[in-house]
Design a protein around this ligand. Structure first.
Ligand code: GLN
Length: 537
């Protein structure tokens, strides 16, 4: 029977609960256990797919096409747990299901209520992951204890232990222990209050993970343990990491977390093996090279809007033992100040995905700069669409070329709405989503990078390369080097006579791991490194 770990957060948001859950998953996997991870988000949107990146950061896409919270990206980067639509529930998704059932007469005339109907729905969602082939299900409850909208989730996980037995459940609470400079001391009171609020709901945490800037003294740990009614050795410190998020699991293990988890849940686990992970972290801490990559996008001020892209660049750096310095460039700035001023010293330019008109011309200018200056270029989704527009305007002489997303009546719709998107009215979950196979042409950058003829990558878009122009593009040197299995949809384009210019309609950033960099990111950063080294020689 699967065991359950529930992770809640207190004091403040943005404590890195997702990272902590991912780290716990990774630690348990390294002790030979089979884990699943799941996130509950208390907001009312059915999924984050309809939210602006400013609201909630990146929308993370799974193989099955689910549009999910970006914490699921951490889960996939840290563990091998397969993720599906059952791994991310929002209040909206839970209620949608309850209301649909009510309309179908499922509740047989009963008054439908938060307790038990909504809480039952939440418990069923947790249970769905606890299949025979799973040892531990880790469920992260989004938000902070004390939020009104989080209450049904906390109530549900409280009840869950009654259903499956308290001994089969473990509650972990992640809190902040702030350091007050003026007093030169750490403050445990917010943690006490947060645990107090949790206990009022009926949940006594078994383990506290305390985020802190400085080391927590033994006395402070005693105090936290006593006031929060938690075993002393289960007060675990999680210090801010200087170099990389990938250090988190190592430090949790140093503080004994894996043994506590295994003992408390009565798991039969193998000895810990962190050798591969430690080697990877060592590469991060001791880079031998450095490379500057500009990411030219629209939501640059929000730290998390291109989360997986930044992570993938780091992974590529790890593969080359290089520190990747990311220069975040607001696309509109490129239009205002010119490409040379903003992109002059960079070794590679990446234009990621996006929606809407704002910043498009700046992205196109950045791509022109990369193309004409032989700077390695990597375009992703909207980045590929912009590369196609740029080429059409500059090389094919189609001055008005555009995507119909930005100019519905353009004479040259080199990027156009996909056939099956034309009748779509509703916004949520209606794009081309999830994993699709892609065939790679021989002897091209993509094929060499992947080392395979057929690959699978995840999508999230409505527009695509317009095949009416394919011949003209190819005759002039922008070649389709990856297509859908039937050869119809262009998924990858590459430029001839350029050191590395490649753009993809899919989102490779969703399949990169720190221990296994995505081949396209790896080769893009490799090309940038080469440019840097030859230009310095
Ligand atoms: N807005 C473009 C489309 O819908 C690109 C989407 C993306 O970059 N994810 O096709």
């Amino acid at each position: 029977m699967a065991k359950h770990i529930f992770v809640t957060g207190g004091v403040v948001s943005s404590l890195g609960k997702g990272l902590t859950c991912a780290s716990i998953g990774m630690i348990l996997e390294q002790r030979g256990l089979r884990v699943r991870l799941q996130k509950f988000d208390p907001y009312i949107n059915v999924d984050p797919g309809t939210m602006s990146p400013y609201q909630h950061g990146e929308v993370y896409v799974l193989n099955d096409g689910s549009e999910t919270d970006l914490d699921l990206g951490h889960y996939e980067r840290f563990t091998h747990a397969p993720l599906t639509k059952d791994c991310n529930y929002t209040t909206g998704k839970i209620y949608l299901s309850v209301i649909q059932k009510e309309r179908e007469g499922y509740y047989e005339g009963k008054t439908v209520q938060v307790i038990p109907h909504v809480t039952d729905e939440i418990k069923a969602a947790v249970g769905r992951l606890a299949t025979d082939d799973v040892d531990v299900v880790i469920a992260e409850i989004g938000g902070t204890v004390g939020d009104i909208e989080g209450l049904p989730f906390l109530e549900a996980i409280r009840q869950f232990a009654l259903d499956v037995g308290r001994e089969n459940c473990l509650y972990i609470h992640l809190t902040l222990v702030p350091y007050l400079k003026a007093a030169a001391e750490l403050k445990t009171k917010p943690t006490q209050h947060s645990v107090g609020a949790l206990r009022q709901i009926g949940i006594q945490p078994d383990i506290l993970i305390c985020r802190t800037e400085v080391s927590i003294s033994s006395d402070d740990k005693d105090k936290i343990a006593l006031f929060c009614n938690v075993e002393r050795k289960a007060v675990i410190e999680e210090r801010d990491k200087q170099f990389s998020i990938y250090e988190v699991p190592l430090s949790l293990v140093e503080h004994g977390l894996d043994d506590i988890l295994v003992k408390r849940l009565g798991l039969r686990a193998a000895p810990l093996d962190l050798s591969q992970w430690s080697e990877m972290v060592d590469r991060i801490m001791n880079p031998k090279h450095e490379v500057r990559i500009a990411v030219v996008g629209k939501y640059m001020k929000h730290r998390d809007s291109y989360k997986s892209v930044y992570e993938s660049l780091d992974h590529a750096g790890i593969a080359h033992r290089a520190r990747v310095l990311v220069v975040r460039v607001e696309a509109e700035e490129v239009s205002a100040r010119g490409a040379e001023a903003l992109l002059g010293g960079v070794d590679g330019i990446l234009v990621p995905g996006g929606f809407g008109m704002r910043g498009i011309e700046g992205k196109i200018e950045a791509i022109r700069f990369a193309r004409t200056n032989q700077i390695p270029f990597f375009g992703i989704c909207l980045g590929m669409q912009c590369a196609v527009i740029e080429f059409a305007r500059s090389i094919l002489g189609l001055d008005e070329a555009n995507s119909t997303e930005f100019d519905k009546t353009t004479d040259h719709p080199v990027i156009a709405l996909m056939e099956n998107q034309r009748s779509v009215q509703q916004l949520g979950g209606t794009m081309r989503l999830g994993a699709w196979p892609c065939m790679l042409a021989p002897d091209r950058l993509a094929r060499r990078a992947y080392g395979a003829e057929q690959i699978s990558e995840r999508h999230r878009h409505r527009y695509e390369f317009n095949n009416e122009y394919r011949k003209a593009f190819e005759q002039h040197g922008l070649i389709a080097t990856g297509t859908s299995a039937d050869g119809v949809i262009v998924e990858i384009v590459e430029l001839r006579n350029h050191p590395w210019f490649l753009a993809v309609q899919f989102h490779p950033e969703f399949q990169s791991k720190p221990t296994r960099a995505h081949p396209l990111f790896r080769d893009f950063v490799g090309a940038a490194l080469q440019r840097r080294e030859t230009s310095r020689a």
